[in-house]
Design a protein around this ligand. Structure first.
Ligand code: GRF
Length: 198
């Protein structure tokens, strides 16, 4: 798992594993920021963590190569971004084809990029939510694995909407990881669909 900040999605995944809702092991948590609050959650859970500060690298490719090397050394099969605030270069994306997930706090393709909940609130949408998707070279644009909706109320603020979106993020990210790890899916065009066995 890759984080940059508070790590509440990481916590939801740690909890889902502990409660056996998710049959997985976190091989390593990598943070690009030494002060990420999520690192404390990792320590409490007894999961291995590594800080790879992006500032120590001359180029994005160099940073990504270091992260990929650490992920490979940790033997991970699926990379999950959880508030990781760095764009991934082709060096990274090509190292893990169809094996990088991200969670975004809006119903993509609406409101990609930063501050999505505020973008949705500013736009006046009545329904927003969260999206788990595969990561491709285009920002917040890969095939969608799972989404969940949140109704926007008249008295919502960007902050209250963000708080409710976060609750659904915490539900769908572990569920989407379980779905992907089960492997009973394929990508048809942009659509992630269940493989039906006869
Ligand atoms: C979440 O809102 C996630 O959707 C976005 O970044 C935020 C990370 O929050 N990509 P946290 O670090 O998991 O608490």
């Amino acid at each position: 798992m890759l984080i940059s900040g508070r790590g509440t999605n990481l916590q939801a995944i740690i909890d889902a594993i502990a409660e056996r809702r998710l049959n997985a092991t976190i091989g390593v948590v990598i943070s690009n920021r030494p002060d990420a609050a999520g690192l404390e959650r990792v320590r409490r859970a007894g999961v291995r963590s590594v800080v790879i500060g992006h500032k120590g690298f001359a180029t994005r490719d160099d940073f990504d190569r270091a992260v990929v090397a650490e992920l490979r050394a940790s033997g991970v099969g699926l990379v999950c971004l959880a508030g990781f605030m760095r764009l991934l270069s082709p060096v990274f994306i090509e190292a893990f084809p169809n094996a990088i997930l991200n969670i975004h706090p809006a119903l993509l393709p609406a409101f990609p990029g930063l501050d999505a909940q505020r973008q949705a609130w500013d736009h006046g949408v009545k329904v927003s939510g969260a999206t788990v998707h595969f990561v491709t070279g285009e920002l917040d644009n890969g095939p969608i694995v799972m989404q969940a909706a949140v109704h926007v109320e008249d008295d919502d603020t960007p902050e209250s909407l963000a708080a409710r979106s976060l609750e659904v993020e915490h539900q769908i990210y572990p569920a989407a990881i379980a779905y992907v790890l089960e492997g009973e899916w394929k990508i048809l065009g942009r659509r992630v669909v269940k493989v039906t066995r006869h």
